[in-house]
Ligand binder design. Structure first.
Ligand code: NAP
Length: 442
């Protein structure tokens, strides 16, 4: 076929394949259940038959277990297997057929290859195809199968479930160190193809912001100073949910801080996107005065350090990001409710946050001609996973400050930041957004 002279050798394994495409018309008849290669035959390309077979088996395993442990059958779990898995097989076979045309087709397919090449420039198209080929896409047909709904679990396998799910908006609640966070079946988000830098996103509010921006499709630079493991964890959490992120280390508040930060950010962006353009900058990293330190005891060094990390660094981060920010970009500065709520022990810290709010006000005017918005978000007391949030009495006391009588969750603030980062917030700039759960209502 190739015209080459194939030399002699001792074959250890011989195989032949073609583009045959077949699928069983039923996956279950009585006690006979088909999975994997028994259920479908396809051209072996991209390991899709393997993934499909594994996922058939995992789905069937759950159903058999349910059946054997006494869940009612009839229209029950085993019947649902055919409804859940056969459409997935059909779709995969269709995808494989499309691939085989592209791979093996002659000159008549060239225009299609060219078109697909153009479409592959788009991150959302690449993501869609990657999910299809890996078998990790949640097919609409699965989620809408009658009687027994199927949901995708953490491991990507499907198991019988009684919940009704809608493919585009499936939300599940889970609890984490920083409170309740939402997990979302990855779909096309509002920030697809955007890039973001979130300072101090190894933990606390920053981590939740990084996760939410990634959930909406942004590629996120996860910045940290010393918490390398925590930053890696943030990246892992994002990737587990189908998002994209990379970690960047730089201690802020020391000479050369912003330069070091942007070396890492630009390199990370270039490696992944081919350019160093940024769409979203969230100035979140911050330090506070130690609890219970009266204003009388704040030293000049402590004062300078607070300003260096909380106010100086954000200013120069904004300045340094200006040439990288694309038209329509977003800068979000994390302030604090303490700029509106007197707490004498935190006066020096509150002063740094008041300074940060000035960045938003003045840069908002400066950058409006480029369609870039600049806003401040002011959290109230927010569970950042710190030890104090493990003490029920302390939490109860702090909760009384909010109109809702609870402490904030990191995701409460992250949702507000994500809104400001989205195209929906195009008409909001220079604003102070209170995200304190009504703490400032008095
Ligand atoms: P957090 O849990 O203490 O985390 C702080 C983050 O900032 C970490 O990722 C940390 O990285 C990074 N960071 C701290 N110092 C740094 C430095 N010198 N250089 C570089 N990175 C540094 O913070 P959070 O409570 O979530 O607060 C986030 C933001 O919200 C802060 O600006 C804070 O002032 C503001 N805020 C918080 C609350 C609240 O109740 N939590 C309320 C109002 C406002 P490493 O761990 O790697 O050091």
């Amino acid at each position: 076929m190739t015209g080459e002279d194939i030399g002699h050798g001792r074959p250890v394994w011989l195989n032949a394949f073609d583009d045959t495409r077949r699928q069983a018309t039923r996956y279950r008849k009585g006690r006979v259940l088909l999975a994997g290669d028994a259920a479908h035959v396809q051209m072996p390309v991209g390991g899709q038959a393997l993934n499909l077979g594994l996922q058939d088996a995992a789905d069937l395993g759950g159903r058999l277990a349910a059946h054997l442990t006494g869940r009612p059958d009839g229209a029950g779990p085993l019947d649902g297997y055919d409804r859940a898995r056969r459409p997935v097989g059909t779709r995969t076979l269709t995808d494989i057929q499309a691939q085989s045309y592209l791979l093996l087709g002659g000159a008549e397919v060239e225009p299609l290859r060219e078109l697909l090449g153009d479409l592959l420039e788009s991150q959302s198209v690449r993501r869609h195809l990657a999910r299809s080929i890996s078998g990790l896409r949640t097919p609409d047909t699965e989620a809408t199968a009658p009687d027994t709904e199927t949901t995708t679990s953490d491991t990507g396998t499907t198991a019988p479930d009684t919940r009704t799910t809608t493919p585009d908006t499936e939300l599940t609640e889970t609890t984490s160190a920083t409170g309740t966070t939402r997990e979302r079946t990855p779909t096309m988000g509002k920030l697809t193809d955007k890039t973001a830098l979130v300072t101090g996103s190894s933990r606390g509010i920053g981590r939740a912001v990084a996760q939410r921006l990634a959930e909406e499709g942004a590629l996120v630079a996860v910045h940290y100073a010393s918490g390398e493991d925590a930053a890696r964890k943030t990246v892992e959490l994002i990737e587990r949910d189908g998002g994209r992120a990379f970690a960047v280390r730089a201690e802020l508040g020391v000479p050369g801080d912003v330069h070091e930060l942007f070396l890492g950010v630009e390199q990370g962006l270039k490696e992944r996107t081919g350019e160093s353009a940024l769409d979203i900058v969230v100035n979140n990293a911050g330090i506070t005065t130690p609890a219970g330190l009266p204003p009388e005891d704040v030293t000049p060094d402590e004062f300078d350090r607070l300003f260096a990390v909380n106010a100086r660094a954000p200013f120069f981060i904004v300045q340094r990001s200006l040439p990288l920010l694309r038209e329509g970009g977003r800068i979000i500065n994390i302030s604090s409710g303490l700029t509106r709520f007197a707490s004498p022990d935190q006066v020096a810290y509150a002063m740094t946050k008041a300074a940060v709010e000035q960045i938003s006000l003045h840069f908002a005017r400066h950058l409006a001609p480029r369609g870039i918005t600049v806003n401040s978000v002011a959290p109230g007391i927010t569970d950042n996973g710190g030890p104090v949030f493990d003490i029920p009495e302390a939490v109860e006391q702090m909760a009384q400050l909010s109109a809702f009588k609870r402490v904030g969750r990191a995701v409460d603030v992250a949702d507000v930041v994500t809104f400001l980062a989205s195209p929906d917030a195009r008409w909001v700039t220079g604003a102070f957004i209170d995200a304190s759960g009504g703490t400032l209502l008095g």
